[in-house]
Design a protein around this ligand. Sequence first.
Ligand code: COA
Length: 223
Amino acid sequence: MPAVSPLPISEADSGHRLFSRIRLATPSDVPNIHKLIHQMAVYEHLTHLFSATESDLSANLFSSLPFLSVTVFIVEASPYPFPQNSPHNRNPNYSPVVGVADLEVPVADPERENFKSEGEEDVVVAGYALFFPNFPSFLGKQGLYVEHLFIRECYRRKGLGKMLVSAVAEQAIKMDCCGVNWVVLDWNVNAIRFYEEIGAQIVPGWTSCRLTGEALRASANAT
Ligand SMILES: CC(C)(COP(=O)(O)OP(=O)(O)OC[C@H]1O[C@@H](n2cnc3c(N)ncnc32)[C@H](O)[C@@H]1OP(=O)(O)O)[C@@H](O)C(=O)NCCC(=O)NCCS
């Protein structure tokens, strides 16, 4: 993985630089978020569970202030430095994190037209993290629960996943959280290696449960 260094770097591209930025999602990101969530479902072989529409996301992702409820960090990539006068730099709720990596070969992104970031030339959406506060009650303190962490295939192994987790961890510390947690499918050995690499503890012995559809209704009517 090429090391992602913090900016500022003002000079234009030289060699094969990959500039990256993590920022808060805005409503105009919904079409890209929707495609990314679908890619996540494909990756996890769970498309039979995928029913989210763009309208669902628009209605539910931005209904409260970020970090108080569901929050999406967008990871963007560009061969050029991000503009200083970007409106994202004026977001009162979050200052974007930027980085740069030197690559041996440029990224060939077969989906760059599909994942353009609105309003900024040459910037594409490369991934996302979707998370929300939880409350591990044994610890009596708020935490952050990461529902999804996803980097598009052509941008993997370039340090973006690590940068994304680091941004969530930094936010958790700012919010005085007890930690960040998530689940990973047991066959997803690549993600497990990534999590081990960033120092996460893989906790054995837990089985994930879900109550939906008819079972949900039956349970609701049980008393
Ligand atoms: C898991 C994921 C988020 C990692 O993001 P990434 O940008 O590729 O990871 P990074 O480049 O920051 O990797 C950091 C380090 O983690 C380890 N790592 C990452 N991916 C790995 C892999 N496929 N195999 C082995 N180690 C890996 C390496 O040590 C890597 O450093 P290196 O490249 O210098 O060897 C990304 O692969 C992804 O989106 N996968 C598909 C979706 C997914 O599995 N999400 C998690 C679901 S729980």
